[in-house]
Design a protein around this ligand. Sequence first.
Ligand code: AP5
Ligand code: ZN
Length: 214
Amino acid sequence: KRLILVGPPGSGKGTQSPLIKDEYCLCHLATGDMLRAAVAAKTPLGIKAKETMEKGELVSDDLVVGIIDEAMKKPSCHKGFILDGFPRTVAQAEKLDDMLGKQGTKIDKVLNFAIDDSILEERITGRWIHPSSGRTYHTKFAPPKVLGVDDVTGEPLIQRKDDTAAVLKSRLEAFHKQTEPVIDYYAKKNVVAELKAEKSPKDVTSDVQKVLSS
Ligand code: AP5
Ligand code: ZN
């Protein structure tokens, strides 16, 4: 399967991705995770992206399209993939269609994580992540066994620099202005399935399974 996960910050894309990935043996390509790794490693790409990400704005289309183009060459992505956080502009969606068209493939489903903005601040400000695995926790909704510590490795958890109420405002603005049109773009191709992302993580997972098995 070739899937796109789209939704505002905190809607649950990164929480659901590992579950879908394991069930369908897909590769998980999250542009946000890849950019954060580049920032941490201080690569030329990371140095370019850092400031923009900390402001909650979108990095340039060329930069992320380049990352995705490179990542999709991995053999593990040939059978299918989950795109989490990409495409985020109509220009990115058009580039993606070109890339897939050249391989004779296309997107099977776009999962739209629909949720009211008012719920997101609590989700974002309570999030803790394990940077090397991408595992995500929440102080209230998905607490780790030991506060501040990853359940699997025992390594420390961190908070994202852009997970503040102030930066969330710009991220939401970018979502409504630049990413909502991407949902319309795919709706015209009849591949969008809407999920009620305010439900519990378990209920969202079972809704995803229903959509993908239908
Ligand atoms: P990115 O990393 O993609 O961030 P985002 O889109 O803002 O999404 P989040 O990761 O915040 O949300 P999520 O839906 O994954 O939520 P999660 O499941 O973790 O992008 C970051 C930045 O990189 C961008 O601002 C931009 O600068 C740049 N960038 C990335 N891609 C780009 C692109 N294509 N073009 C240009 N720039 C790009 O859940 C959040 C919290 O809620 C967690 O704590 C979780 O435990 C909890 N939670 C999850 N589900 C539930 C539930 N059902 N009930 C209760 N709590 C829940
Ligand atoms: Zn995420």
